[in-house]
Design a protein around this ligand. Structure first.
Ligand code: LMR
Length: 397
């Protein structure tokens, strides 16, 4: 039966890492997958995470299953970090949070939930978006469509075209918004633009789904939650998919959460019962370790302070690399204006390199970036910057 199967294409992002591993060039650089590297090109375990793990090792008494929707303390702390500890959504019990295997797991639970309750809904994705978005929603059996988001010539959000498209979205459809640090462009909505989008969603009955995978990587934990807060002020119902892969460096522990906000506590409870069915029929219940680490850190004032300092170090290093990248490209006498890269936020920037230039970067210089031209700024270091910029200057010629 398997003889007739043709090979599937490699994943647009994780497939690159496989190719990178096999590349023998000692100067190779992987700016594909969104993984943070420190100044030495390493992705170390955060010290706050190590400390939390040590505490867990001492205190953990069982490996028995977690509940279908995960740890209650984790869910409560996730809500606090998304909305702020005293937000009315929390005190009114309007949020149902389920622990998920990473942010992708949260998106898939959201997709299964939407498919289960609103099977006719179309999910609207920004163009461009994370290449796995259409796959996740499509795999759940939902229709996906896209709205214009980015003006490549201006290297900025194309807000007028975006709004014109959003105004045509029918009531009951789902609008996926990147909570901060837009992946792949690094270009975010301003607070005023969030207001306009959020009020349109509320007026027209469009369900916002915020993919919130990079909280703390843009301008700060609170600053990056401005968009979520504005949506919360306008819409009584929305979804937030959180990931702790990046901000806690817990990539392989798969720690994430889906938060559903309903009009009241009873509606949130009813919705939770369906989220639990989506989970039980998929992966049964979440892995414990990553969630326990996050809950240990967020639940302890000292550990939390240490984690926030480590997060700030990562964020500042990325922003420093943005500036150094622009300066070094300018030194290479790259004639195009690349100053927008320093203004963008999060791990990624859209370089504007064509697919042929991306291919040439890889073939001639062993520099790996996503086919769309997305560059992971968090993979740059002062040590690899000259090599990288010389390579880019070469393929631009
Ligand atoms: C990325 O966009 O590189 C990350 O979100 C990792 C992934 O799973 O694709």
């Amino acid at each position: 039966m398997f003889e007739t199967i043709n090979p599937a294409p490699a994943d647009a992002i994780l497939g690159l890492s496989e190719a990178f591993q096999k590349d023998p060039n000692p100067q190779k650089i992987n700016l594909g997958v969104g993984v943070y590297k420190d100044e030495n090109g390493q992705t170390p375990v955060l010290a706050s995470v190590k400390e939390a793990e040590q505490r867990l090792l001492q205190t953990e008494a069982t490996k028995s299953y977690l509940p279908i929707d995960g740890l209650e303390t984790y869910a409560a702390l996730c809500q606090q970090i998304v909305f702020g500890a005293k937000h009315a959504i929390l005190t009114d019990g309007r949020a149902a949070t389920v622990q998920t295997p990473g942010g992708t797991g949260a998106l898939r639970v959201a997709a299964d939930f939407v498919r289960r309750i609103f099977p006719q809904a179309t999910v609207w994705l920004s163009d461009p978006t994370w290449p796995n978005h259409p796959n996740v929603f499509g795999a759940a059996g939902l229709q996906v469509a896209s709205y214009p988001y980015f003006d490549a010539a201006a290297s900025a959000v194309d807000f007028d075209r975006m709004m014109a498209a959003l105004e045509a979205i029918p009531a009951g459809d789902v609008l996926l918004l990147h909570g901060c640090c837009h992946n792949p462009t690094g270009a975010d909505l301003s607070p005023a633009q969030w207001q306009t989008v959020a009020s349109l969603c509320a007026e027209r009955g469009i369900l916002p789904l915020l993919d919130f995978a990079y909280q703390g990587f843009g301008d700060g934990l609170k600053e990056d939650a401005v968009g979520v807060g504005i949506v919360a002020n306008h819409s009584r119902e929305f979804l937030v998919a959180s990931s702790y892969s990046k901000n806690f460096g817990l990539y392989n522990e798969r720690a994430g959460a889906l938060t559903l906000v309903a009009a009241d506590a009873d509606a949130a409870d009813a919705a939770r019962s369906h989220l639990k069915i989506c989970i039980r029929t998929n992966y049964s219940n979440p892995p414990a370790h990553g969630g326990q680490i996050v809950a240990t850190i967020l639940g302890d004032a000292d550990l939390r302070r240490r984690w926030e300092a480590e997060l700030a170090t990562m964020r500042n290093r990325i922003n420093d690399m943005r500036h150094l990248f622009v300066e070094t490209l300018n030194e290479q006498e790259v004639t195009r204006d690349v100053s927008f890269i320093a203004r963008q936020r999060g791990m990624f920037s859209y370089s504007g390199l064509t697919p042929a230039q991306v291919q040439a970067l890889r073939a001639r210089h062993s520099v790996y970036i996503v086919g769309s031209g997305r560059i992971n700024v968090a993979g740059m270091t002062t040590a690899n910057m000259d090599y990288l910029c010389t390579a880019i200057a070469d393929v631009l010629q």
